[in-house]
Design a protein around this ligand. Structure first.
Ligand code: SF4
Ligand code: SF4
Length: 187
């Protein structure tokens, strides 16, 4: 899929996270680096549109797959092929993709189009930071980096459409009974 983001845009985003980590210490010590394990068979991640430019395709720590959007569930605006990667940890940290740099935060667009952030509930079963449900635990520098990164990523209309689509699905899911259990845990 075509992206208006350049290799330079992604390089800038990558650079911000060379040092910025979610906590003042290595959060992998809390959980045995759960998000870097094969916590489910064949688990991997998609590169964002345009992010392929950061990879040569020959990295020996990655297995590449090309996925057609019509074979999976994507936002309606996404048509074509995407790169899906499965990593073989440990990765060369300076080359890890955006998805790994900004986790455990995920962007959310309000119905009015305002950018907010949430702890990524897709990581609820594996990440103690998501389970804690407390964004104030995260380093300010990290949260700021995530915000700057997403301000750039959202300039791509395809990425914005995807985040908006996910946000609307999240709004609907917010009324599911298990969400009330999660909130009760906060009290
Ligand atoms: S699962 Fe969460 S706490 Fe563990 S390494 Fe990943 S981001 Fe850090
Ligand atoms: S690419 Fe690196 S940071 Fe991302 S999941 Fe794999 S080992 Fe972890």
């Amino acid at each position: 899929m075509h992206s208006c983001l350049t290799r330079g845009d992604y390089a800038r985003i990558y650079e911000w996270f060379d040092c910025a980590t979610p906590l003042p210490f290595d959060c992998g010590t809390l959980c045995g680096k759960q998000c870097c394990t094969e916590w489910d068979e064949g688990v991997g991640m998609y590169l964002y549109p345009g992010e392929d430019a950061m990879f040569t395709g020959d990295e020996d720590w990655l297995v590449y797959e090309r996925h057609r959007t019509s074979d999976y569930e994507f936002c309606p605006e996404w048509n074509g092929e995407l790169t899906f990667i499965v990593c073989k940890p440990p990765c060369p940290r300076e080359h890890r993709p955006v998805e790994c740099r900004t986790f455990p935060l995920t962007p959310h667009l309000t119905a009015e189009g305002q950018l907010e952030f949430q702890l990524d509930e897709d990581g609820l079963h594996l990440c103690p930071l998501v389970q804690a449900q407390d964004m104030s635990l995260l380093k300010e520098e990290f949260v700021f980096g995530v915000q700057r990164a997403w301000e750039i990523l959202l300039t791509d209309p395809l990425i914005r459409a995807d985040v908006n689509w996910r946000s609307r699905l999240r709004d609907v899911a917010a009324h599911e009974p298990w969400k009330k259990l999660l909130k009760r845990k906060d009290v």
